[in-house]
Design a protein around this ligand. Structure first.
Ligand code: NAG
Ligand code: NAG
Ligand code: NAG
Length: 536
């Protein structure tokens, strides 16, 4: 007999049995202030937040970090202060959604960007919208700049790996304490510096994760810092004979399109294989009596600088410092950050405050090839993040999924291609064998982490905030592709990309797994994925 109401029970004269009331999600959340204990951490905030709430971060007023984020789920927000040494601490946040048990009981650690210092709230709320309990941290200092490293080696250590490692452990401990069930699978995702953090985990502590999404990683860190300084020195400052304005870069961009867009058989402003593109800047050279103002041409000093920019960068004794820059980018992020007349804050902040501890040091006056050698010799706390033996990762059963935009103008995708091939040689494994635990997808038409002229939207870190992104089905996005690989053994052969322009999907392309090449079949609408195939 089924008794469906209290009235029914009374009518039938049955005993009334009430279950012990479960504390509500909200009160359980708020109780974390006193119920959750960790030796190295103190709870700062434990608050229930409903979907749609504007969560604000007044502590970011003094820096460039996000000032607010709109919650995409009903969550418990836990903010903690974690001590990592007598002279360093990390702010750690866990966003734990109500809807977790039915969504696979997963955790998601999110990665930082640049010189760290900003908690990746955007990626955290994206994760909670898919039912992940998301963890984020500030990488051991507030704000995306290098000053906090000054005479603070423990803060540098947090930035390089320790904040990630310890915040991950603390976050998981909090999640396991908060919910009735335990974490079933742990994931990581991050782009740029966050991509480097993902590879750091893959190289040094793969057991912490079941799946790692490492995007456009800032690995070969010393090489990247040196290349960014080098680009600034090639072009100099406004007024120098070698300097190019943004308008002139836009002209260079058109030149690259004119010279290289047809290589893949389709004129769409997208290069499927930028390594085949060898820009010839002499095409823009002014003839006698010609000028930029009258003829939109460039001087031989400018043309020489562009030619040097598109070369690989070699150091003392012919060592490769950094593969060459990608020849095409829409967003001109490189111009804005590294060669637009101001030295990259990324290089300058690292050299000044982490490497030399000398605020008077500057890229403009002091950078040369010996800077790179010294940085490499120190390799502070293993920041290069370029170990090519991933045996521990393989043995742990952890999956590593990577993608890198082929029009990334800040970190060349050739760097990730080189890393993949270095791993292959070091481990003596061909691609079909690496496939068991490491898969890499070059994404044409994607700039640095997000935006681009191609099918750049692949459902990865930093991408969700683009207009229209949340209306795209996340099930074939990079994050859930990773989950399906880990939990169901569905190993990805392609990575679906969408040409998301101004909030509208204008086309699709299924990006190929390296080393297969995206190849146009010769007929059909290039914005339809089936007009292309992956060829080895
Ligand atoms: C969230 O709040 C902040 C601070 O009051 C405000 O600047 C921001 O515009 C708000 N965002 C939205 C989407 O309402
Ligand atoms: C975090 O703890 C450290 C000491 O380990 C302290 O210096 C710092 O001010 C604390 N930060 C916050 C936001 O409470
Ligand atoms: C997208 O919007 C920008 C700014 O409004 C506009 O210049 C551009 O033409 C638009 N692109 C497309 C493909 O509609």
């Amino acid at each position: 007999m089924r008794v469906s109401s209290i009235a029914g029970a009374l009518a039938l004269n049955l005993p009334l049995v009430f279950a012990t009331p479960q504390p509500s999600f909200q009160s359980k959340c708020e109780a974390l202030s006193t119920s959750f204990h960790a030796d190295d951490a103190q709870v700062l905030v434990a608050a229930y937040v409903t979907a749609g709430t504007n969560i604000t971060f007044p502590e970011s007023a003094a820096n460039t970090c996000p000032k607010f984020v709109i919650s995409l789920a009903d969550i418990c927000r836990l903010r903690m202060n974690m001590t990592t040494s007598p002279t360093s601490s990390v702010i750690v946040e866990a966003f734990m959604p109500v809807d977790w048990s039915s969504k696979g009981q997963r955790s998601l650690m999110t990665g930082n960007g640049g010189l760290g210092g900003c908690i990746p709230y955007g990626d955290m709320v994206f994760g909670t919208s898919l039912g992940f309990a998301a963890i984020g941290h500030d990488n051991g200092h507030a704000g995306d700049n290098g000053l906090p490293f000054y005479n603070k080696p423990q803060v540098v250590k947090d930035y390089v790996w320790r904040a990630l490692y310890k915040a991950g452990r603390l976050g998981k401990k909090a999640i396991n304490h908060f919910y009735t069930g335990k974490i079933q699978k742990a994931y990581y995702m991050g782009c740029s510096s966050g991509g480097r953090q993902g590879l750091k985990a893959a190289q040094d502590f793969p057991d912490e994760y079941d799946g790692i999404l490492s995007i456009a990683p800032a690995i070969r860190y010393e090489g990247l810092s040196a290349a960014n300084a080098h680009y600034f020195k090639i072009f100099g400052v406004p007024g120098d004979a070698t300097f190019l304005t943004l308008e002139q870069w836009q002209k260079v961009h058109q030149m690259v399109i004119a010279q290289c867009d047809g290589i893949d058989g389709v004129l769409d402003n997208v290069l499927e294989d930028p390594m085949k593109c060898e820009p010839r800047p002499e095409a823009l050279l002014c003839g006698p009596g010609e000028s930029w103002a009258a003829n939109q041409c460039l001087t031989s000093a400018q043309v020489g600088a562009i030619r040097e920019f598109y070369q690989p960068y070699y150091g003392n004794k012919g060592k490769l410092i950094m593969p060459r820059m990608n020849p095409l980018t829409r967003e001109f992020l490189g111009f804005r950050v590294t060669y637009g007349g101001v030295p990259s804050y990324f290089s300058e902040g690292w050299y000044k405050y982490a490497l030399y501890n000398d605020p008077s040091w500057s890229v403009a006056a002091d950078f040369n090839l010996n800077t790179y050698d010294y940085d490499m010799k120190k390799d502070l706390f293993g920041v290069s993040t370029y170990k090519t033996d991933l045996t521990d990762l393989r043995n742990s059963g952890t999956k590593l999924l990577q993608y890198h935009g082929l029009s990334d103008g800040l970190i060349s995708s050739e760097n990730t291609i080189t890393y993949y091939n270095d791993v292959s040689r070091t481990m003596g494994l061909k691609s079909s064998q690496l496939d068991d635990f490491y898969r890499f997808f070059p994404v044409s038409g994607l700039d640095h982490c997000y935006t681009g002229d191609g099918a750049w939207f692949v459902g990865g870190p930093v991408q969700y905030s683009a207009p229209g992104a949340l209306s795209i089905d996340p099930s074939d996005g990079a994050l859930m592709t990773m989950v399906n690989w880990v939990e169901q053994g569905i190993a990805p052969v392609t990575l679906m990309g969408r040409k998301l322009i101004n909030g509208t999907v204008m086309g699709e392309r299924a990006h190929c797994k390296y080393p297969a090449k995206q190849t146009y079949k010769g007929t059909g609408d290039p914005d339809v994925a089936s007009s292309w195939e992956c060829r080895s």
